[in-house]
Ligand binder design. Sequence first.
Ligand SMILES: Cc1ncc(COP(=O)(O)O)c(C=O)c1O
Length: 401
Amino acid sequence: MISWDALFSERAKLIKGSAIRELLKLVNQPDIISLGGGMPDPRLFPVERIRECVNDVLTNNAPTALGYGTTEGVPALRALLAEMSVDRGIRATAENVVVTASSQQALDLIAKVMLDPGDIALVEAPSYLGALQAFSAFQGQCIAIDMDHDGIRIDILEDRLKTLRQANKSIKFIYVVPSFQNPTGLTMSVERRRQLLVISEQYNIPIVEDHPYHALRYQGERVPSIASMDSNGHVVYMETFSKILSPGLRIGWVIGPEVFVRKLALAKQATDLCTSPFTQLIAYEFCKRGYMAEYVEVIRPEYKKKRDAMLEACAEFMPEGVKWTHPEGGMFLWVDCPKSIDTTAMLADSLAAKVAYVSGTSFYPDGRGENSIRLNFSFNPPEINREGIRRLAGVIKRHLQ
Ligand SMILES: Cc1ncc(COP(=O)(O)O)c(C=O)c1O
């Protein structure tokens, strides 16, 4: 009998199961309302439009679609993604773009090319769980910097940078999700984005800007990406079609300095040779025909209704002492319960009450977040969000007694 555990690498031993993956299994149980996950509403997928694109790709481009592609991505899609970025103020040509199997792969590749064991990735507190997993899988050390309503706290970040530098630590990048953040739903203010860039330049540390939700704004003014404010090649920018079209296509992309993008492509070669040219061409057709802009206009008002229903239900049902964010877009709400509540321990009761969530500790690398909860509002219809919050509020009330 082979003892597999003994054979796993030190790196593999660090890889832990994800609370979210476990929760995704529950989505299929009809009596449980899942407010976990981070999925778009599958009832809104533009199936007919995609069918039309698939037919076009197979009719006109089958050899390319069904063959291997270049590691960097299908040239037409790379050019289009660069063009789309330029429209939003990001300086980029096709050479600055690498298409990935969605942004989770981009996070994995970024970790692969940047992090040696013990290297530091500075992240927001709380931060996207999948990024924490990707960075720690390469033995990077995630250090979480507190946020306030305007995003990452620059004063705390600077203090931390000074101490780490004094201790001769190797700090590789600052990872942020500045727009409608996963998990809090908060948006970093323009001023904070500027300050973050200044810090990045002062300390010569790149920013990794993960921007999957920016198109899902339901109120308020558009805030420019950090990458669009950068003129010195300090930002590695990531986007994905997962939240605005379909996570099943697995198409994301990274925009960065050419030297960085080339290294990423080399690392990707060893991972999967190339992202599926078939799905890249489908996404390309979808964008080229103007369907993307049209589709975002379809989902935005629907997601706004879902968010509003959740916010209204929170106001109606949550007991005193519970606070939650009021995101202007995206897919998530962050709930802070009174300190006496342990949301990980509470999950069993919550599942018994037929409502699921992700507890806050999943989003911190340092065990914080015990009394917090992340809620997703994009997946369920508004009335289900309302019922889910009613049930959850009941569970919290019982735990407060
Ligand atoms: C901030 C952030 N980055 C990356 C991802 C990964 O998404 P995908 O790999 O589907 O593009 C997610 C998904 O929830 C996310 O919220």
